[in-house]
Write a protein of this length. Sequence first.
Length: 280
Amino acid sequence: MLLGKTNKLSFVCFSVLCFWDMGFGQQCGVLILPENSKSEAEFVKISRRFHGLTRFVQLLTNNTLQDVSGIELKSNLGLFFPTLGWLPPSIVCDDLLKSANISVIKGDVCKFHRDSSEGLWNLFDDNDHLLAQADILVMANANGISEFEETQFLDVKSLRGQVTELPSSESSEKIKTVICGEGYITPSQAGSHSCGATYNHKIITTDLRLNEPRYASLPNIMKAKKKELDVQPIDAMDLDTAPRMELLSVELPAARQEGIKVESVEELVGKLKNEAKVIS
């Protein structure tokens, strides 16, 4: 949980710009690609709604799309937000914790309530000891948010995902902006890309041993191809290879009889009852 006093939005914007100035992440813009024709229509509507505000949002097509992204894309259009960018969350959190205005209070919060007379949130441990007070409470405990009595009414769906860091290549170094579609990838920084995200609706544990891919990855396929195969003759395996099945006969299925036409409903009912005997 995060506690704090009311801050102005300008402070948040200033903090983001400071991180970019320090080389954490990039203000490189964000390009969103449509997933289908319906998304394309929505993109056109958004561009018309914000017509003239190209500083904040732009509808890009064809060659312009490639110029902004830096690479060739299959999409014919996309929405570009030039003032946006990306930040590495772990570096940001580590740097924020160094601030003199932020205190880290360790403890297991078991319950909380808001004191309306003082306008403060009170957080308690399992021994009803007061851990902290603040006028703003941000619950950042993922799917554990519904474990409290005060939050059990929330309709929370467990969804696990992670961000992957991959080394950049000569071609991926050309990416100029954050590209978002079914997933996302950031431009290269310090020789690597942040990309993601993977989602799993059924696994709610953070045990990374359950992160094995459902399909063989290309690197593992290439490694497997380089491994030598130990070929042994079947005679050396002490196995009985004698056939255990006996073919008795082969018969074609019975020829299908040609259907007949009936002249009336009464005749149809009679045949179903007396000949096919499927009704009584």
